[in-house]
Design a protein around this ligand. Structure first.
Ligand code: T4K
Length: 389
């Protein structure tokens, strides 16, 4: 019987799960390794500012991803802001609306106009044809997102960027460990930005990184993340505090050793959801990519018009049973402030974004969820969506 499970008769007052099942529950697999690294930092009395743990993490991540430079940052949002600034983006940058709001804020906060492009309904990633249609003389770059850990259409986007002389930057916050064929995400465009937030496949509690093969770009980001310092009393230009600290790096080093275990659990859970939810009218689970790998960090269910209940009704039912699923990334960045006010009519050119944002439910996965939990969750969904058991 699943942990915390009482029954699946939805009419009783007790929720199906005694303890909530969260989307984005952090994986903490090796507490002892983490604490050993933290003790080392305390013994050295070196807690931040390019300490040995951060340096080791950067070396190991660069080797794992096959890139020349991994410049860690205090979080993924900081990584985006630094990369955008270091690339010299300005004017207009084309970006999906169907993403976490940080992607878009990182542009707007630097005085850049985000130009929203629609997404491909098969992958939920930005549609290169839509990008091509939106290029203007003010466009300086494309900020594409590998949504849900599925790589965006990297080759087509690179072609559009090359045709128009644009910088191509990837928000790879979801995509650590993903590949296109055998080529790792992290190696595409001018640079890619990872998030190592606690909710991610690979995490450092809070953290992120700009990864690139471009020596000059990496050096600029390194300077900018440390106030622009080139020496003890020398500052080469404007900068900020974007550094990762040693405790966060300690968590990263502990987690790096267990990535295969986390991936195996995520893959097992994705397969279990796909199996258990098969055959419910209007309900589908986004498949993993055919040509490449994903980290399966997000299990994305779509509640279509053929389902016996709306997406929000299914979500409400799940939440009543303590399954704290999420409707990421509803209602789309273009419907959030300040973009809703600044660009009120943009929704009409984003039909896929509007449709998908109304259908997606992200389901709990990770090491805190097992196949028995998923069988119960699927029965709740089947019941809520009005299908016979
Ligand atoms: N680009 C994209 C495409 C992104 O998705 C993100 C972040 C970024 C850029 C920016 O990267 P960072 O600057 O964050 O490194 C969460 C995360 O905070 C955010 O990192 C993530 N994307 C986004 C998709 O999810 P919220 O607003 O949904 O967080 P919250 O507090 O609602 O927590 C999410 C779930 O995780 C809840 O079910 C609770 C659970 N949780 C969370 C934490 C922190 C836990 O169970 N334990 C925890 O310690 O943004």
């Amino acid at each position: 019987m699943p942990r915390g499970w009482f029954n699946v008769t939805m009419s009783t007052a007790e929720p199906a799960f005694a303890d909530p099942l969260h989307v984005g529950r952090p994986n903490i697999l090796d507490r002892d390794a983490f604490l050993a690294h933290v003790h080392g930092a305390l013994d050295r009395v070196w807690l931040s500012n390019h300490g040995p743990l951060v340096q080791e993490l950067e070396r190991r991540l660069a080797a794992l991803l096959g890139v020349r430079h991994c410049v860690t940052t205090s979080n993924g949002t900081m990584g985006l802001e630094l990369a955008i600034r270091a690339l010299g983006l300005s004017g207009e940058v084309i970006v999906p609306s169907f993403t976490f709001i940080a992607t878009v804020h990182a542009l707007h906060r630097q005085g850049i106009t985000p130009v929203f492009a629609d997404v491909d309904p098969a992958t939920h990633c930005i549609d290169p044809a839509a990008v091509r249609r939106l290029v203007t003389p003010r466009t300086t770059g494309i900020l594409a997102v590998h949504l849900w850990g599925r790589a965006a259409a990297v080759d087509e986007l690179q072609s559009v960027a090359d045709e128009h002389g644009l910088a191509l930057l990837f928000d790879a916050a979801h995509a650590f460990g993903a590949t296109v064929g055998e080529r790792p995400v992290g190696t595409f465009g001018r640079a890619e930005v990872m998030s190592f937030h606690a909710t991610k496949f690979f995490h450092t509690i809070e953290g992120g990184a700009v990864v690139t093969d471009d020596d000059d770009l990496a050096q600029t980001v390194r300077l900018m993340r440390n106030f622009g310092f080139t020496g003890e009393d020398a500052v080469a230009g404007e900068g900020t505090n974007g550094k990762l600290n040693e405790v966060c790096a300690a968590m990263g080093l502990a987690n790096l050793a267990r990535l295969d275990d986390i991936l195996a659990v995520n893959r097992r859970n994705h397969d279990a959801y796909a199996r258990e939810l098969r055959g419910i009218p209007g309900i589908s689970v986004l498949d993993p990519p055919v040509a490449g790998r994903t980290n399966h960090q997000y299990v994305v269910m779509l509640v279509g018009p053929e389902a016996g209940a709306s997406r929000d009704a299914v979500l409400e039912r799940l939440r009543a049973e303590n399954v704290l699923a999420r409707r990421y990334f509803w209602p789309g960045a273009h419907r959030m402030e300040p973009y809703r006010t600044l660009q009120p009519d943009v929704g009409s050119r984003l039909p896929m974004t509007e449709r998908i944002a109304q259908q997606v439910v992200v389901l709990p996965t990770g090491t805190g969820v097992d196949e028995a939990d998923i069988a119960v969750i699927a029965r709740i969904i089947r019941d809520a969506a009005g299908a016979a058991a």
